[in-house]
Design a protein around this ligand. Structure first.
Ligand code: LLP
Length: 420
């Protein structure tokens, strides 16, 4: 869906320059066809599981609507994500409200929307029971289990480690369910787990599923009927090649582990998965303009997108493929380090990349930017957030206008006395 025509990057049938003329740079451009392709691939490989789209990966409403229309549930992590999910058409009962620090207001909003809860602590359990009783509602819950599994990924995105803040350890979880059984207005209906993100090896997922069933057996002994076992998201993609997720490398071992687990229990829970990155990362390219090129210790290309626009490289040393969007067919000539406009030396988008000769006014394409891209952007250094665009064949839609300087001050108030 990203191709070169006469050396110019096209997203589906649209010349990126046509978009940039309307939105300016930086801009995130998403291919609708790639989103649909990922959805089909996931569904083909995971026909035995119910997918909840992990909204945190990309909460652009147009994109979320595509997932809602394709029958996905939603994993939300805040009241903001909850409202975005409802607005894009996800149904309350197919939303799982995750999070390790929910306020009472957030819990109440979730209960009113009829969502299910992943419960992270005993404090939260008591709050849900109390608020559900006040609202006269019954709420289905799953505890988030911390399985103590160490997948091979960046430590900042491994969430199921013993030391991680998420969930309750396996040896505390049975007592937690016992308490839930005694409390009014909460119905234990599932188990929730998530071991981390950008995981490329299937074995930690298989281990995770085995751990989930170890707990499921004990819950059945308490008389709990399990409706869902949620293994979370985390399927990794190939950032170095095409940005795709090889769903087929995950699905068979996971299916086998799940089927084997089902033989160990009486109830017939659904398997839930919460993919984010694997569905959206490769669908989107970030286009930025070159402001200057200079020879220093390195050959620096300074573009107008830094970690204010795409945080992943600075935060996780992540690798994103780059190209010169207006010189797609030119020979590679030089090695460049691509940096942003932010006043920090960690503001690097790509280190020592081989590219055609780059000049001021060229455009740099940063690929696989659809997951944890715009959502993690900020106004740091007084830079408004950029636009987002959805391409569908030969048409494109601006799905989010770029912010302006006015947005930097929109919520600020200067105390009267500072004018005296
Ligand atoms: N479910 C839960 C409970 C999660 O915490 C996450 C991600 C997901 C599902 C989706 O995981 P995915 O399929 O996208 O791997 N900002 C980081 C990633 C943080 C992931 C947080 N949790 C990055 O840019 O790599």
């Amino acid at each position: 869906m990203f191709s070169s025509k006469n050396g110019i990057l096209h997203v589906e049938e649209v010349d990126f320059k046509e978009i940039v003329r309307k939105t300016g740079t930086p801009v995130y451009i998403t291919s609708k066809r790639l989103v649909e392709e990922n959805i089909n691939e996931l569904k083909r490989n995971f026909d035995f599981a119910f997918p909840l789209y992990a909204v945190k990966a990309n909460n652009n409403l147009a994109l979320m609507k595509i997932f809602a229309r394709n029958g996905f549930g939603a994993d939300v992590f805040s009241v903001g994500e909850l409202y975005l999910a409802l607005l894009s058409g996800f149904r309350g009962e197919e939303i799982l409200f995750n999070g390790n620090s929910k306020s009472d207001d957030e819990i109440r909003a979730g209960i009113k929307a009829g969502v299910k809860f992943s419960v992270d602590s005993m404090d939260e359990l008591h709050a849900i029971s109390r608020i559900a009783a006040e609202e006269g509602e019954e709420v289905k819950i799953a505890f988030r289990v911390n399985p103590d599994i160490n997948p091979e990924t960046h430590p900042k995105i491994a969430t199921g480690l013993r030391t991680s803040k998420f969930g309750l350890p396996a040896d505390k979880i049975i007592d937690a369910y016992k308490t839930a059984l005694e409390l009014p207005n909460v119905i234990p209906a599932g188990i929730h787990c998530h071991i981390g993100s950008q995981i490329l090896d299937v074995s930690p997922f298989v281990e995770e599923i085995e751990r989930i069933f170890d707990i499921a057996i004990q819950l059945e002994e308490l008389g709990i009927e399990l409706e869902f076992l949620d293994m979370g998201g985390g399927f990794g993609i190939d950032y170095h090649a095409d940005g795709k997720c090889r769903f087929e490398t995950f699905s068979d071992p996971i299916r086998e582990a799940f089927e084997k687990g089902l033989e160990r229990i009486e109830s017939e829970p659904e398997l839930w998965i919460e993919p984010g990155r694997s569905l959206v990362a490769n669908t989107t390219v970030l286009i930025a303009r070159v402001n200057s090129v200079k020879k220093s210790h390195y050959n620096f290309v300074a573009i107008d997108a830094g970690f204010n626009t795409l945080l992943r490289t600075a935060m996780y040393d992540a690798y994103h493929r780059v190209a010169v969007a207006n010189k797609m067919d030119e020979e590679v000539e030089e090695t460049y380090t691509i940096v942003g406009p932010i006043c920090e030396s960690g503001d690097v988008i790509g280190r020592e990349r081989k590219l055609p000769r780059v000049e001021k006014g060229d455009y740099i394409a940063v690929f696989d930017a659809g997951a944890y891209g715009f959502v993690m952007s900020s106004q740091y250094n007084g830079r408004p957030r950029c636009a987002e665009v959805l391409v569908d064949g030969s048409r494109f839609y601006i799905t989010r206008e770029a912010e302006s300087i006015a947005d930097l001050i929109a919520k600020q108030k200067i105390p009267e006395e500072l004018f005296r």
